[in-house]
Design a protein around this ligand. Structure first.
Ligand code: ATP
Ligand code: MG
Length: 320
């Protein structure tokens, strides 16, 4: 008798089954919503580690789940604005006008066509000069915080999350982002030099805690561009988890062509190909962030322990 091949046991079938399981878990999940607006600064002075990709896709995933989310593009490259499909030609009113000319944030914010409830404060190329222009301004490291607090206080509908996408430097723009936020999210690329420069970033965060924003904390580390075929990627994952056991999300973002091609369509991968492995990972990471904020439950645990609160209190004084 010839043994019949069981196709359910092939690696491909297992992979498909696993993707289906993840998709169903996400579809069934009810993400808890924070009672306060959670403001994240997404920072790493190293270039190309996935700051913008993580900002855009986490924001899109949370908006897809029904949360109201604001992305502030604080990088003159304007990559987050591009990926969210919002206008950012040089004559567009942008975060530059907010920080340098005191234009209210509500006058420059745009709705992203991605999802209802997802808004973006765009960046234009003018922001490139802001690092220097800021130097001579009063309260130069508080400008974004003041503008954001005023905006959140007066917003007709409160936001659940704000993500600030930083440029790859530790200059005045990034400093403004650290002062405006309560939480820092550091994306770390799973590659050889991953941890280099991290101590400088952590020192800066500590200095800011001491002098400018006591409430700032490193809440989240997200491992990005993971390639399971390399031993090196696994070593980086282990090392980061060892150093930051509490902050590192369980979800790791894989290297994925879908993730990298989505921005060229002016989309996040969440809307571009919502059930692709890369999108599922960002949706899982977003769920983890939401559950961690609510204190403990997990996506695989099934249901939220905290019922979603539709209206986060936006007490600007409380924010920082
Ligand atoms: P910068 O420091 O220039 O602002 P960044 O830290 O914001 O860069 P991204 O722009 O998000 O990094 O990513 C750098 C490049 O890597 C982009 O081309 C992006 O499309 C690609 N990329 C990011 N994440 C992934 C991924 N998981 N899989 C494949 N490509 C990715
Ligand atoms: Mg970027």
């Amino acid at each position: 008798m010839t043994a019949e091949k069981n196709y359910d046991e092939t690696p491909l079938a297992r992979e498909v089954a696993e993707l289906t399981r993840r998709r169903i878990a996400l579809a069934d999940a009810v993400l808890p919503r924070p009672t306060h607006t959670r403001v994240f600064t997404v920072a790493n002075q190293k270039g190309g580690v996935g700051k913008t990709t993580s900002t855009v896709n986490l924001a899109a995933a949370l908006a897809q789940s029904g949360a109201r989310v604001l992305v502030i593009d604080l990088d003159p490259q304007g990559n987050a604005s591009t990926a969210l499909g919002v206008e950012h030609r040089s004559d567009t009113a942008s975060v530059y006008d907010v920080m340098i000319d005191d234009v209210p944030m509500r006058d420059v914010v745009q709705s992203s066509p991605e999802f209802t409830g997802l808004d973006c404060v765009p960046a234009t190329i003018h922001l490139a000069g802001a690092e220097i222009e800021l130097v001579s301004l009063v309260a130069r490291e508080q400008r974004l915080r003041t503008a954001l607090q005023n905006f959140l206080r007066d917003a007709p509908e409160p936001y659940h999350y704000v993500f600030i996408d930083c440029p790859p430097s530790l200059g005045l723009l990034t400093l403004n982002a650290f002062v405006a936020a309560r939480e820092v999210l550091i994306p770390i690329q799973c590659e050889y030099y991953a941890l280099e420069g991290l101590s400088q970033l952590l020192n800066n965060i500590e200095l800011i805690q001491k002098h400018l924003n006591q409430k700032l904390r490193l809440s989240t580390i997200l491992l990005t561009m993971y390639d399971s075929r390399t031993n090196l990627a696994n070593q980086v994952v282990d090392e980061v988890r060892e150093h930051f056991p509490d902050q590192t999300l369980t979800t790791v973002i894989p290297r994925s062509v879908r993730i990298s091609e989505a921005p060229s369509y002016g989309q996040s991968v969440i809307s571009y190909d919502t059930n692709s492995p890369g999108s599922l990972s960002y949706r899982e990471a977003a769920a983890e962030i939401a559950f961690r904020g609510a204190g403990g439950a997990t996506l695989n645990g099934g249901v939220a322990t905290t019922a979603p609160t539709d209206v986060p209190s936006v007490d600007a004084g409380e924010m920082n």
